[in-house]
Write a protein that binds this ligand. Structure first.
Ligand code: UDX
Ligand code: UDX
Length: 469
């Protein structure tokens, strides 16, 4: 059986993954109509905003792709049912957060949105569909989706594929244009299953060389996504663990990273010591892996991966703790300025950002925190700190302030903490900042981006991760 070229795609979920991925598919396949739908009407309105600076997510290069495709073959709407009905291929790209209740609370992925999507598709589909899991899911979820779809008795045939995304925020468009690999999991064993995989392969082949498109069985594909994120996060936790040892011994973590990274077996990527990894994926996916292993009675395997999270938590609290102990064991009523709130540069995403945890810890010691981030909105910062549920919303507003100018944010500060590696922080006039701070003026660089010698020469007391400056 050969595949039929796809002419109409629908994507449920217009988030950080669905939005950019569909925009690039629309750009590279002008003959395919791509409908991106979402239950969140406000988000859809932002995707449709005339002013491209108001798109709901900030991602370098995204504006350009949207302006090229929107209204031509890329459409954003809330008409989920209509888009499902029209489509030959449906991507599920809704969020799958860690469960906050019931069985598997704090560990397992919450699949309720994915299940809702499957049920909605089952309810409205009148013709055969290829369903593509884009959301990161536990192994064997495709099976669950299939069982929901196959048991509605409408006679419609469904082929389920797993096509995990490997894009990193901040470089999403480039990652989509030049993917190292695309993974397509499906059922090789039937001609229909193979045809569905080939139909999706054909889409990616429009702009990627065939050898980068890997076909696997469904479960290998699902598990590869979790494993890829676990390996990446493990590298960050590994180097962060060594950063603590460097600080205790006088070794320099950057020199160590360079030395080990030059070994081609190790490689030089993902060895940047930091205040701790964040983002919507690393922690969630590892917790998921740990939960699956526990459920399968693989205790040692679960414990092994859980340690990556434990090390990351340690790194965040170690950084916060160092601020308190350096500021003479108290930050009560002191002004601490945060440069950066996003979980990494070039994104307005703050999910699991280390900044949230460091702020929460310092607020417990009654610090006054003044946050400046070039892209994150004030409401988001308050939502993040309120979601920690450590104190009342009013208390958070009495001691955490968001300021849209870095110089104003750092006036009269006792200390500056750099939480995100935004490039603009390197170009500030640090002499002006120093002159207007309380003395001694401390700077805690959680990303090792500033020129520590230059700042020390100005007079700053500088602390960086894994170094004794
Ligand atoms: C993605 C993936 O899908 C997730 O599995 C991965 O691990 C992290 O990244 P992301 O695009 O970042 O999620 O999530 P988000 O920005 O929250 O977007 C999801 C969208 O789905 C939201 O706009 C939400 O409104 C929408 N949604 C959710 C629906 O349209 N229907 C639902 O039933 C649930
Ligand atoms: C990650 C994966 O890279 C991507 O393939 C997957 O699809 C989704 O999850 P993302 O979370 O967007 O992408 O960002 P990533 O660049 O991986 O960074 C994750 C976190 O690790 C960030 O907080 C980053 O600052 C931190 N990090 C990364 C380090 O602290 N040191 C490093 O060397 C690299």
């Amino acid at each position: 059986m050969t595949f039929k070229p796809i002419k109409n795609i629908c994507c449920i979920g217009a988030g950080y993954v669905g939005g950019p991925t569909m925009a690039v598919i629309a750009q590279k396949c002008p003959d395919i109509k791509v409908n991106v739908v979402d239950v969140n009407a406000q988000r859809i309105a932002s995707w449709n905003d005339e002013n491209l600076d108001n798109l709901p997510i900030y991602e370098p290069g995204l504006k350009e792709v949207i302006s090229e495709t929107r209204g031509k073959n890329l459409f954003f709407s809330t008409e989920i049912e209509k888009a499902i009905e029209e489509a030959e291929m449906i991507f599920i790209s809704v969020n799958t957060p860690t469960k906050t209740y019931g069985k598997g609370k704090g560990m397992a992925a919450d699949l309720k949105y994915v299940e809702l999507c499957a049920r909605k598709i089952a309810e409205v589909a009148k013709s055969d569909k290829i369903i593509v899991e884009k959301s990161t899911l536990p192994v064997r979820t495709a099976q669950a989706i299939k069982s929901i779809l196959d048991n509605v008795g409408t006679g419609v045939k469904y082929h389920i594929l797993s096509n995990p995304e490997f894009l990193a925020e901040g470089t999403a468009i480039n990652d989509l244009h030049n993917s190292d690999r695309v993974l397509i999991g499906g059922d090789h064993t039937t001609p229909e299953g193979q045809a569905a995989m080939d139909a999706l392969t054909h889409i990616y082949e429009r702009w990627l060389p065939s050898e980068r498109i890997l076909q696997t069985n469904l479960w290998s594909s699902e598990l590869s996504k979790l494993t890829a994120n676990a390996f990446l996060a493990q590298r960050v936790s590994s180097i962060n663990s060594i950063s603590a040892l460097c600080e205790a011994t006088g070794a320099n973590v950057e020199e160590v990273a360079q030395a080990i990274g030059s070994d081609s077996r190790i490689g030089d990527k993902f060895l940047k010591a930091s205040v701790g990894f964040g983002g919507s994926c690393f922690q969630k996916d590892i917790l998921n892996l740990v939960y699956i292993c526990r459920s399968l009675n693989l205790k040692e395997v679960a414990d092994y991966w859980e340690q990556v999270i434990i090390m990351n938590d340690y790194q965040k609290y170690r950084f916060a703790d160092n601020i308190i102990s350096t500021l003479y064991n108290t930050v009560t009523d002191k002004k601490i300025t945060f440069f950066g709130w996003a979980f990494k540069k070039d994104t307005n995403d703050t999910r699991e950002s280390a900044a949230i945890y460091v702020a929460d810890y310092l607020l417990e010691d009654r610090a006054n925190i003044f946050v400046y981030d070039p892209k994150v909105k004030t409401e988001q910062i308050y939502m993040d700190i309120d979601n920690m549920n450590t104190r009342s919303e009013q208390e958070n507003r009495n001691s955490l302030f968001v300021i849209n100018d870095p110089y104003k944010a750092s006036k009269d500060a006792h200390a500056i903490a750099i939480l995100t590696e935004w490039d603009e922080f390197k170009t500030y006039d640090w002499q002006i900042i120093y002159d207007q701070m309380k003395k001694p003026a401390f700077i805690f660089d959680g990303r090792n981006i500033i020129d520590s010698k230059k700042l020390a020469d100005i007079g700053f007391k500088v602390y960086q991760i894994g170094k004794t400056v």
